[in-house]
Design a protein around this ligand. Structure first.
Ligand code: F6P
Length: 492
């Protein structure tokens, strides 16, 4: 059973302690049976072996091939995909050796095309022992031009390189930001030839990238069997290699690969991502929890909750499962931020709020700072992490209701021995695998996101109506949106 002895649940060096989940031996047995009934091991093998796993889009799900550093063949429609992946690795390595004198890199992308890369670049930035290149890495994400204003203030146009990252190469925010960056380079004296040298694309739609004006030797491909939110392991993560070197990028992939081996080969009773999925499922059902919190006690992981929000809620925010079966209460609302900061924000709700909100605490063994006081700071950081989990679970009785803590609030503790590229890769892959496991258990296709389309489509006629001079075609909008357009129209 989980946690027979502390540390026994270990995947790629990451330890899961689920003792505060308060799940009885019998309940664990039932959960493990549930996983067996869902044929979870077979389904996981189906995914790894390239079978159609994203059923609505009729595609395999093979982000795992991108971190298959041992290069075992993986076949899609009879073709081994590893040689193409290796070519991309070689191209990334060559680029890392070429970019001397570059002062600024602007990574343009949104959603899955930025969450993972930005998280990794930020997480590794200040860690002891990580060598970083002397270049500023900027992320242009939002269509709000304020972000580009900031970047243009800092970057030196003559020595700036631009990576446009978009699986579809059709995302409005990314393409508009890319056009604005091209204009900025041109207006700062960049010739057409220099521009060609400065622009790169990472995409599964190379034709669109070429039409945008990117030369074919500057386009890094990836494939439709890589979901956007699982794409950091492809050339989407190029910025990680450029900033920290190719070896560090490979180490990131190897950490993820180690989790893949664990996920595929470990029996359910000791399979960390499956047990995490089962525990979350159990708490959701038992307490009708609609929210779930992830709290990394590591400043370097401040973007982790945002990355996880997309991973989990874009994958499972669905009311209909495979076979069009209605699903109640699939994805909880995922939220979180770093400890101890979060303790001074919403922890009151976790401790004494009426709803039970399961928590994952993430802690790191080695200090992540090199200030003289690093060890003392780190010890107190971890003491707080342990204390919050203890308070949530054990509670405190008092005759004054307002001062009593009910306790019995479930949490996991995940411990990384240290934060480096390998263990960061492992952490991300651990949660990706948990997402895969949850999808199997819920019977949801975790790999499409039809719900985000409607808002995108509706923004097009609204944009036209906002444009100065254009008449508002009332028949296209409901009355509330019409009124809002009329109010905001004078600004354009
Ligand atoms: O938000 C929807 C979405 O399709 C995400 O799934 C994806 O990560 C993001 O948009 C960006 O898409 P692309 O990489 O195609 O620009």
């Amino acid at each position: 059973m989980p946690n027979a002895s502390f540390g026994s649940l270990n995947a790629a060096g990451l330890v899961l302690d689920s003792a505060y989940q308060n799940i009885s031996k019998k309940e664990w047995q039932d959960l493990i049976e549930l996983a067996q009934k869902a044929s979870i091991a077979d389904r996981i093998n189906d995914m790894f072996s390239g079978k159609i796993f994203n059923r609505s889009e009729r595609r395999p799900v093979l982000h795992t091939a991108l971190r298959n550093c041992s290069k075992n063949p993986i076949f899609v429609e009879g073709k081994n995909v590893m040689p193409e992946i290796e070519v991309v690795w070689q191209r990334i390595q060559s680029l890392c050796n070429e970019w001397d004198g570059v002062t600024d890199v602007i990574h343009i992308g949104i959603g899955g095309s930025v969450f993972g890369p930005q998280l990794a670049v930020q997480a590794l930035a200040n860690l002891p022992g990580i060598n970083s290149r002397e270049m500023r890495m900027h992320f242009a994400v939002n269509i709000d031009g304020e972000e580009l204003t900031q970047i243009f203030r800092q970057a030196k146009p003559a020595s700036t390189r631009v990576i446009i990252v978009s699986k579809t190469f059709s995302t409005t925010e990314t393409l508009m930001n890319a056009k604005a960056v091209v204009s900025w380079l041109k207006s700062n004296g960049c010739s057409n030839k220099q521009l060609q040298g400065a622009l790169l694309a990472v995409t599964a739609n190379p034709t669109a990238a070429q039409l945008f004006g990117i030369t074919s030797d500057h386009i890094f491909p990836f494939w439709d069997w890589v979901g956007g939110r699982f794409s950091v392991w492809s050339a989407v993560g190029l910025c990680i290699a450029l900033q920290y070197g190719f070896e560090t990028f490979m180490s990131f992939l190897k950490g993820a690969e180690a989790i893949d081996r664990h996920f595929q080969e470990t029996p359910i009773e000791k399979n960390v991502p499956i047990l995490m999925a089962l525990a979350l499922l159990h708490q959701q059902k038992k307490y009708s929890s609609t929210a779930y919190a992830v709290i990394p006690y590591a400043n370097a992981l401040s973007l982790f909750p945002f990355w996880l929000q997309q991973l989990e809620m874009e994958s499972h925010g669905k009311g209909v499962g495979c076979g069009d079966i209605p699903i109640q209460n699939s994805s909880p609302v995922v939220f979180g931020s770093v400890g101890t900061n979060s303790q001074h924000s919403y922890f009151q709700l976790l401790h004494q709020g009426a709803e039970i909100i399961p928590v994952d605490f993430i802690a790191v063994g080695e200090p992540m700072s090199d200030i003289p006081e690093a060890v003392d700071h780190h010890r107190i950081l971890l003491a707080n992490c342990l204390a919050q989990a203890q308070a949530l679970s054990c509670g405190k009785t008092s005759e004054i209701p307002n001062e009593s803590y009910p306790g019995n609030k479930p949490s996991n503790l995940i411990i990384l021995p240290k934060l480096d590229a390998f263990h960061l890769g492992a952490l991300l892959a651990l949660y990706e695998s948990r997402t895969v496991a949850l999808g199997i258990l819920w019977g949801i296709n975790s790999f499409d996101q039809p719900g985000v389309e409607l808002g995108k489509q509706l923004s097009v006629p609204i944009d036209s109506a906002l444009k100065n001079g254009a008449d508002i075609d009332q028949s296209q909008f409901d009355s509330i949106t019409s009124d809002r357009i009329a109010y905001l129209k004078p600004y354009f």
